[in-house]
Structures are given as structure tokens and as C-alpha cells.
Write a protein that binds this ligand. Structure first.
Ligand code: SF4
Ligand code: SF4
Length: 430
């Protein structure tokens, strides 16, 4: 396990961010769940030795067809397994041995006429597109916003610091396709305006604007988690959005998948993952079919021995994994491997009141104050500080120069606030 009281890692988007995205096609096996979380009863639709194609449904779920997972490769079912996935919990999976298949040429099919909104939605549903921002099927989000209304739709490419660059890689290589996928999604939800939001280095930003123009790329002026994919209420030209507007966001990979589903007839069967960390000899962004094991991806990037620490997601919000024998699934965008040398616990010191935790908190909380009140058992005061609004992004712990694990304390404070109300007698410390 990673040390509990914070680690300090260097800014390391490079060299992965500048490398071309590698396409991992030569894989031997994928492990795919028969379904993601569903209450409905799942019936496997394939059995041992069955041959499957890309897009073959692996299960039937009558009450929740959106939860069905399709094969991401051509191959033969060689078994079933139950796995404990650090991000998705217990999954009942099909093991598929891959057969070599020629990659389909990426030739856009010219549409003779614009699809109707219902046709685009049906395509998004049948292509099984999952939004990488939250792991939710895109169709669920689009249908909900269609009902509730959406004034502005943003493709959110603002990435968690300091390692992930998969959104940047997708934008750098496919800006027109991402924008077109976003336009289709905006059409579905009735959003009159849309743009791609990202915080990109100058050279990549210029290259992208050269291809799609300036109007659809919004460069955020801060980084995750404080960055907003839309700027509200500031009179600075084209990106001004009125307060109270219904603004929604989807991931850039989901936009690309929607483009590919509509124009190329492809299902959403792969994702781009940043592979980085000091144990990785060749850090890069890799496009992999869903179900590819972490082991195969790390081997492709030059890792031959298990790293000391493996983190899925990212080091601020990521989860440690104890084994490499787990699949990459929808919603995973970063894979970090570290040596023990890189994971140096920070010595914890008393708060010096620098205010950095307040600056980075996107929920506008006072992390240092919540920490202080909790430690001093001022539970009544704690309530007024609204710790329940914390989503555990970990930015405050990451930024604290004193190594205080504020996010962990706030998580505890959230729960205690509802069950205990103690005001110490004579406590006048406001
Ligand atoms: S972990 Fe919670 S308190 Fe800390 S920055 Fe994130 S939202 Fe704010
Ligand atoms: S960042 Fe750390 S040291 Fe600075 S105010 Fe917050 S808790 Fe205190």
C-alpha cells in the first residue's frame, strides 16, 4: 500500500505527452466482465470455446441492456474467472484468447444526410460508449440531459496532474473527430453552444487550433481540480456563459467514440491510457482494447518485473493495485508504476497556515480548518464547514507542504458530523 500520509512526486507529463500514441494490437488475451454494475440478472451469452467477434455481446440482461459488455477483440472464449478489480470490485469475467485480426482502415463514411437525434442516440447506445470521466454509459447521460435541458456542453480534457496526458494525446491526434463527436452530442441534448476545454502547452494548443480553429478550444487558466471546463460570467469574449446556465461535460474519449460509432460504425472497444511512473522504461500513451491486462500494457512499455507500486487512475485519486493480472476497463485513463525509491513519505509537520489547501479546493472548502476542528473534536463547528461537500479529490493533501493528509481527515469528518454533536464546554475558539 502507498504510505497514508502523502507522497511527493515530480511533474512528469513528459515524455509520455509528446510521444505519439502507440496502438497495442498484438495482445494474447483479454479479460472482460459479462456486465458492469447492475441489479438485473446477468446471463452469459457465450460459453467455452465459442468464437467471438468485436462487438459480440457477452451476456444478455433483459432488464438492463445498457449494462451488457461486448467483446473488444476477435477470439475464442477460453474460460470464466471471478476477479477482484481495485476500481470495480468483484467482476464475473470471460477470458478471451485473441486471434490476429487486421486493423480496419479508418476511412470516414460520408453521411449523405445528417442523422436525426434519435439515430445518433441509438448509435451511441448500440456502440456501448462509456464516458471516461465517470464510467457512466454516454447514452444515460445524453438522455438525461435531453430531458433536463442543457445550454452548454463541454468536452472536458482538463487532466489530473501531474502524470495523465491521455486526453491531451487524443486531442492532439484527433481534434476534428473529437469536435465532431462533441457537436453530435450537443445536437442530441439541444445545447446551442459547446467547446473543448483543456489546459495544454503552447505548441500542442497551437497545433490543435490550426486544425479546428480557436472558437472551439477553451484553454483553462488553471489545472485540475480547480479548473472549470466553462468560464462563467466574465466578460472576456466568446467563452462567457451566464450564471445559472445548464452546463454539462463529457470526456474527449467519449466524443471520439461517438464520432467513430456514427461515421465508422465502430463500437467503443478501446481506450487511451497514460502509462508512466519511474518504473516505466518507455512512458507513453497507449491505445488498448478493453480487457487487456495491466501486465500486457506494462510489458509493452518495457516493464519486465512487477513494480513496487502500481496505481490505477492517478496518484491523487488513483487506487493501488496488488496484482498486474487485472484488465483495463472503461473509465481507466492512467496506469502508474513506481519503484520504492519514488514513494518517499513526507514527514508530517504542523500546519503553517499557508492557505494552499484552500486555493486548490474546487469545492470551496477550508480543508485546514476542517482538519483543525476535527482534531480538536469541535464537532458542532465542523458542521458549519460542510465537510460533506468534499468529493475526496485529494488535491489538498497533495498540495500541503506539511504533508498533512487533509483529505483522509475530511473523509472521517464527513461521517462523524452526522452522528456526534459535541461542543466542548467553554470552547470559545472561533
Ligand atoms: S479532498 Fe475535499 S477538501 Fe480536499 S481539495 Fe478535494 S474537495 Fe477540497
Ligand atoms: S496546505 Fe497544509 S500547511 Fe497550508 S494551510 Fe493547508 S493544511 Fe496548513
Amino acid at each position: 500500500m502507498l504510505p497514508r500520509h502523502g507522497i511527493r512526486l515530480p511533474f512528469q507529463k513528459e515524455p509520455a505527452r509528446s510521444q505519439p500514441t502507440a496502438e497495442l494490437t498484438d495482445i494474447s488475451q483479454v479479460i472482460l466482465p459479462f456486465s458492469y454494475a447492475t441489479e438485473a440478472s446477468v446471463m452469459p451469452a457465450v460459453s467455452l470455446y465459442d468464437t467471438v467477434n468485436k462487438g459480440t455481446p457477452l451476456s444478455t440482461i433483459e432488464d438492463d441492456p445498457i449494462a451488457i459488455v461486448c467483446s473488444s477483440v476477435m477470439g475464442a472464449v477460453s474460460g470464466e474467472r471471478e476477479i477482484q478489480h481495485p476500481l470495480y470490485g468483484t467482476l464475473h469475467c470471460a477470458v478471451i484468447d485473441c486471434m490476429p485480426s487486421l486493423p480496419a482502415p479508418e476511412v470516414p463514411v460520408p453521411l449523405t444526410e445528417e442523422l436525426t437525434v434519435e439515430q445518433i442516440l441509438e448509435t451511441a447506445e448500440s456502440a456501448d460508449i462509456i464516458d471516461e470521466l465517470d464510467g457512466v454509459p454516454l447514452i444515460l447521460k445524453l438522455r438525461e440531459w435531453q430531458q433536463s435541458g442543457c445550454d452548454f456542453l463541454a468536452a472536458d480534457g482538463i487532466e489530473i496532474e501531474p502524470f495523465a496526458s491521455s486526453a491531451c494525446a487524443v486531442l492532439r491526434e484527433h481534434p476534428e473527430q473529437v469536435l465532431e463527436g462533441l457537436r453530435l452530442a450537443a445536437l442530441c441534448v439541444g445545447a446551442a453552444r459547446y467547446h473543448i476545454a483543456a489546459c495544454l502547452p503552447g505548441s500542442i494548443r497551437r497545433a490543435i487550433t490550426h486544425r479546428i480553429g480557436k472558437d472551439y478550444l477553451y484553454q483553462t487558466d488553471s489545472l485540475y481540480p480547480k479548473a472549470e471546463p466553462v468560464r462563467f460570467g466574465k466578460r472576456d469574449g466568446r467563452y462567457t456563459v451566464k450564471y445559472g446556465s445548464a452546463v454539462q461535460k463529457i470526456g474527449v474519449q467519449a466524443c471520439l467514440a461517438l464520432y467513430r460509432a456514427v461515421y465508422l460504425g465502430e463500437s467503443h472497444d478501446r481506450c487511451t491510457v497514460t502509462v508512466a511512473g519511474d518504473a516505466v522504461p518507455h512512458p507513453q500513451n497507449v491505445s488498448v482494447p478493453f480487457g487487456t491486462t495491466v501486465q500486457q500494457v506494462l510489458a509493452y512499455c518495457g516493464i519486465t518485473e512487477p513494480p513496487d507500486y502500481l496505481v490505477l487512475g492517478e496518484q491523487m485519486t488513483g487506487t493501488t493495485a496488488l496484482t498486474m493480472d487485472i484488465p483495463i476497463l472503461a473509465g481507466m485513463t492512467c496506469l502508474l508504476a513506481f519503484t520504492a525509491k519514488a514513494i518517499r513519505p513526507i514527514q508530517t509537520r504542523t500546519c503553517i497556515g499557508c492557505g494552499r489547501c484552500v486555493q486548490v479546493c474546487h469545492a470551496d472548502l477550508l480543508p485546514f480548518e476542517i482538519n483543525r476542528r476535527f482534531r480538536n473534536m469541535h464537532y458542532e463547528r465542523l458542521r458549519n464547514l460542510s465537510p460533506e461537500r468534499c468529493d475526496g479529490c485529494n488535491a489538498c493533501s497533495y498540495i500541503c507542504p506539511c504533508g498533512i493528509d487533509l483529505a483522509a481527515t475530511i473523509e472521517e469528518a464527513k461521517h462523524i458530523g452526522n452522528t456526534v454533536a459535541v461542543e466542548l464546554e467553554g470552547d470559545t475558539d472561533a
